[in-house]
Design a protein around this ligand. Structure first.
Ligand code: AMP
Ligand code: MG
Length: 407
């Protein structure tokens, strides 16, 4: 089988190239109260103007701003949820208004209650420098969104703010994409499930759990297939089960070892085509991306737990969200200031477990000591990653560098 080792950017581009050609998944209608984290199937449209009326943003006094007064007669009040039903407001008059109430007809500005002095006989004094300009403390009808405008786009993975907007439009139910079934299959003769007691040379299968959690975190439905042994027969049988899902994630058995048989089995049993068979990245170098003869995409992630999670999140997740119909997902790369000197040679894009501290001044980053891609403990102590470009680095403490939040 021909090997194809690519740089990290090239690997991302390769996955994206396939993502661009996917059909949209089926959809279903669900109650808005269950929609958090789901991917919206159709645009949500404003069912009315936002705001539906000129809305006061302050408690105060609504006035006609065209002519300034220092003293006004208070004609009455209008509260949120009501509208002004009194007589038309004339020159020298105002209406006391509450936050969220509609402006009475003919009035176009609000003086804050904090800036006036109430006088006897339903009068109010307004200092000259507090007289409002037109539109002051008022949001015009339809200025946030017009009836019929798209307020949440199809393909959005719904967060609290989108649920709020949908609720404001009266969407009791929303159309969402079908949840994607993502199979997770770990391989290795050394693996035992966490319900078993490992022998001295055995390892608990943590990848199935970590990857299932990562799949669920990315909005997929994880289908965990029982771990495969390092034999072609066992791999073929378990992979066949995994390919019943929409996307298959394998972990382990993709390195160059004598018992790393995953690629061989994928090629021989499933007619797989490989788009890359390695990426110049650390962790995650042996990661494989391909498609079976019958059109199922798969990722073969390295078995090392840190590699498995990092390659899932940076590469496989991209395919997962695309298959799920989600638009606009991207890994969160941001700048942070180094809290130590860092030096690495060229050749690999590195994502090194790191501690990131943030405050109003920004983020500071420091590497977590780690023993390489098998070091789960280091990953558990980290809350992000320091990103070192393929060209390598010779950085001093205090430099601005790229970090990946892990999301
Ligand atoms: P492999 O990619 O199969 O060569 O495995 C690389 C390393 O990851 C080995 O030390 C394995 O024991 C370890 N490993 C493989 N699969 C898992 C798993 N499911 N859970 C925890 N560690 C694993
Ligand atoms: Mg193995």
């Amino acid at each position: 089988m021909a090997e194809r080792m690519v740089g990290f950017a090239e690997a991302v581009a390769e996955v994206e190239r396939h993502c661009a050609q996917l059909p949209t998944p089926g959809s279903e209608r669900i109650r808005l109260t269950s929609a958090l984290g789901r991917v919206l199937a159709g645009d949500i449209l404003a069912d009315r103007n936002f705001p539906p009326f000129a809305r006061s943003t302050r408690d105060g006094f609504a006035v006609a701003t065209s002519f300034a007064y220092t003293e006004l007669h208070i004609l009455g009040e209008v509260r949120a949820g009501q509208r002004w039903t009194g007589s038309p407001v004339k020159a020298g008059e105002c209406v006391e208004i509450m936050t969220g109430a509609p402006l009475p007809a003919g009035l176009d500005g609000v003086v804050m209650v904090e800036h006036v002095e109430r006088l006897a006989d339903a009068r109010v004094a307004i200092p000259a420098d507090r007289w409002p300009v037109t539109g002051a403390n008022v949001v015009a009808a339809g200025s946030e969104a017009r009836s019929g405008d798209v307020v949440v786009n199809a393909g959005t993975r719904l967060e609290a703010r989108h649920v709020g907007m949908a609720a404001a439009c009266g969407a009791v139910e929303v159309g969402v994409m079908r949840r994607l079934r993502v199979a997770v299959l770990a391989t290795g003769d050394e693996l035992v499930d966490l319900t078993e007691t490992p022998g001295p040379e055995q390892i608990r299968n943590s990848n199935s759990y970590a990857l299932a959690a990562a799949v669920e975190g990315a909005g997929g439905d994880a289908v965990v297939v029982a771990a495969a042994r390092d034999t072609a027969e066992s791999l073929a049988a378990q992979m066949r089960l995994a390919f019943e899902a929409d996307l298959a994630i394998f972990a382990g058995g993709v390195s160059a070892g004598k018992y790393d048989l995953a690629e061989e089995v994928l090629a021989e049993e499933f007619g797989a085509e490989f788009f890359f068979t390695g990426v110049r990245m650390q962790p995650g170098r042996p990661v494989v991306f391909g498609r079976t003869e019958s059109g199922k995409y798969f990722f073969g992630l390295p078995g090392n737990p840190v590699s498995a999670l990092v390659t899932f999140r940076l590469l496989a997740r991209r395919m997962l969200v695309a298959l799920a119909g989600e638009q606009g997902w991207q890994p969160q790369f941001v700048l942070a200031r180094l809290a130590e000197d860092v030096r690495f040679g060229a050749g690999l894009t590195r994502f090194l477990p790191a501690q990131i501290q943030t405050d109003l001044a920004g983020a500071k980053v420091r590497q977590v000591p780690w023993r390489g891609s098998g070091d789960m403990a280091a990953l558990a102590r980290a809350n992000g990653y320091l990103v070192v470009p393929e060209a390598g680095c010779d950085w001093r403490s205090g430099e601005l560098v790229t970090i990946w939040t892990g999301e």
